[in-house]
Design a binder for this molecule. Structure first.
Ligand SMILES: [Zn+2]
Length: 42
């Protein structure tokens, strides 16, 4: 499986790239930033 890739933030819909801080948790990353993670409401 490819790990260093791009994803689309579910909140702002912008693409973001893999970052070092996410290397252990990349599969679960859904937001480009903490701000988006807090903003998102289902
Ligand atoms: Zn975002």
């Amino acid at each position: 499986m490819k790990k260093k890739d791009k994803k689309i933030c579910v909140t702002c819909k912008r693409s973001f790239e893999w970052r070092k801080k996410w290397e252990r948790d990349w599969e679960n990353v859904k937001y480009c930033s903490k701000k988006c993670s807090r903003t998102y409401i289902t």
